[in-house]
Design a protein around this ligand. Structure first.
Ligand code: SAM
Ligand code: SF4
Length: 472
């Protein structure tokens, strides 16, 4: 099976990402003996927003000193504040098909699970989009099982076209991120041409033997083909990719190292690393094989993972889903998470369904989008529905330049305020509006640049008089 798909498509493997497991294990082992002075120097670099190398990350992950962890948490919170301010971007997943030919033992959609399968008809898709739009969502992550016959790329592209084509009184879905299985360079070219936002793919685990154990059959069982998917995506012109691992399948430190080295490879090879990193934690799923996962990640370790990622890649968005509880989400947003899903359904047709029996996995945070937005405001955050960067062509290395110049806050905070105002006008009640206005005024006071402040005020007035989709 090794490299079967790469060989099939005649891919050049020499430039592709690869994992050297012994090298990673060696670094993690050596990390245990790294002294306090060395850790101090790493933390100093992190504080300066310089990002960290994978070797630095190995040292941090291996430290057992509670004092160091305290400091790591403090710096993570500080970086989150300096780079992202109080914004938290909101999105929702949209499941279009649960047909799947793969046998990933952790997933409710796995091929071996004897259940009825469903793929949205275009009429049903429209119903789902209407429901999501009525909730106030502007940004989606399109999700599908892998099945070349029942969920072909043509079908996926048709869905994307349909979503972008739908307009409602209160707006439209403005960004469609796509999370579908590893594909060929040609298919990525077609996805790119469809105007997708981020192409998201989780490696699940970077550890080859564990990968083999949990992916028993189907195209996804080919570790190398999966591992090199972003190389093909980048070569096809998709410069906006989002990585992730399914925490719980293998040792978390090894997985974080895999993510870091993958990110470095993409940056070196194509000029842009991950746009986002997702941190899904394994959840129970009906119909998946009920295995005890020896690498289950506890809450404290999970918080450490998020904090280390925030130090290592300060400008990469960190995504947290409704797999986590409100309490965990509160903690992790402060430590570095910049995007959260809300009001999510993980079944096909879930936004219009009454029964909730066909989910991919069990979600924990079941609150609606309005409730999550209110909660975020109460916590002092600005819920953002912004999709401007992608539509302004600020992706890949252009986006990274913007953030590295420190301009992300000047552009993104105002855009977050505009989209919150728009949400309040179109979907909020009087109490929501009052809360949003109060928060926006408070954030405005914190902006020193008088010209920028005047522009923001003007744009907020435009929204009040009926303009929509206002952004910098
Ligand atoms: N089918 C594609 C794939 O596997 O790459 C698209 C994404 S699948 C619909 C979305 C993600 O859900 C998977 O990548 C996996 O990490 C995650 N997932 C599957 N089962 C899960 C579970 N039991 N708990 C948490 N996340 C799970
Ligand atoms: Fe299919 Fe993706 Fe689930 Fe694997 S994780 S069974 S590929 S939907």
């Amino acid at each position: 099976m090794k490299n079967l798909y790469c060989k099939l498509y005649g891919e050049d493997m020499t430039k592709n990402f690869n994992i050297d497991e012994n090298y990673i294990s060696g670094l993690l082992e050596r990390g245990k003996n790294i002294g306090g002075d060395h850790i101090g120097r790493i933390l100093y670099r992190a504080e300066a927003l310089a990002g960290l190398s994978h070797a630095d990350v190995a040292a941090l992950l291996s430290t057992r000193d509670e004092g160091h962890w305290q400091k790591i948490f403090e710096i993570a919170g500080d970086i989150k504040q300096r780079v992202y301010g109080d914004r938290v971007v909101m999105f929702a997943p949209l499941y279009i098909s649960d047909y799947c030919v793969n046998d990933c033992i952790y997933c409710g959609f796995c091929a071996e699970n004897p259940r009825e399968r469903k793929r949205l008809s275009i009429v049903e898709l429209r119903g789902e989009i209407r429901a999501l739009e009525m909730m106030g969502h502007k940004r989606l992550a399109l999700e599908a099982g892998e099945d070349p016959i029942n969920c072909s790329l043509d079908y996926v592209l048709e869905c994307i076209r349909e979503i972008y084509g739908m307009k409602f009184e209160s707006g439209e879905i403005r960004r469609v991120n796509v999370n579908i299985g590893a594909s060929s360079e040609e298919d990525y070219r077609r996805l790119h041409a469809a105007g997708i936002g981020t192409y998201i793919l989780f490696q699940e685990t970077y550890h080859r033997a564990s990968y083999r154990q949990v992916h028993r059959s189907g195209p996804k069982a080919d570790y190398d083909y999966h591992l090199t998917a972003f190389d093909r995506a980048m070569r096809a012109g998709i410069d906006d990719v989002g990585g992730g691992v399914l925490f719980g399948l293998y040792d978390h430190a090894f997985e974080v190292m895999g993510l870091m080295m993958h990110n470095e490879h993409l940056d070196r090879q194509y000029g842009a690393g991950f746009h986002t990193i997702s941190v899904p934690r394994l959840r129970s799923a009906s119909g998946s094989v009920d295995t005890m996962y020896p690498h289950a990640v506890d809450d404290e370790t999970f918080a450490r993972i998020v904090a280390v990622l925030r130090l290592a890649v300060p400008y990469t968005g960190l995504i947290l889903s409704t797999r986590e509880s409100p309490e965990m989400r509160r903690r992790l947003i402060r430590l570095g998470v910049s995007q959260v899903s809300a009001g999510s359904e993980t079944s096909v047709g879930g936004y219009n369904a009454t029964a909730k029996d066909a989910e991919q996995f069990n979600t924990v945070d079941r609150r609606g989008i309005g409730e999550v937005a209110k909660w975020l405001m109460d916590e002092g955050f600005v819920p953002s529905f912004c999709t401007a960067c992608y539509r302004q062509g600020r992706t890949g290395d252009r986006f990274h330049e913007l953030v590295k110049e420190g301009r992300i806050r000047d552009v993104c905070l105002p855009n977050a305020m505009f989209t919150l105002k728009e949400y309040a006008l179109d979907y909020g009640d009087a109490s929501f509006m009052a809360k949003a206005d109060k928060l926006i005024s408070r954030k405005l006071e914190g902006i020193d640049d008088t010209t920028l402040r005047a522009t923001i005020r003007e744009n907020l007035r435009r929204l009040e008089s009926g303009d929509r989709d206002v952004f910098l």
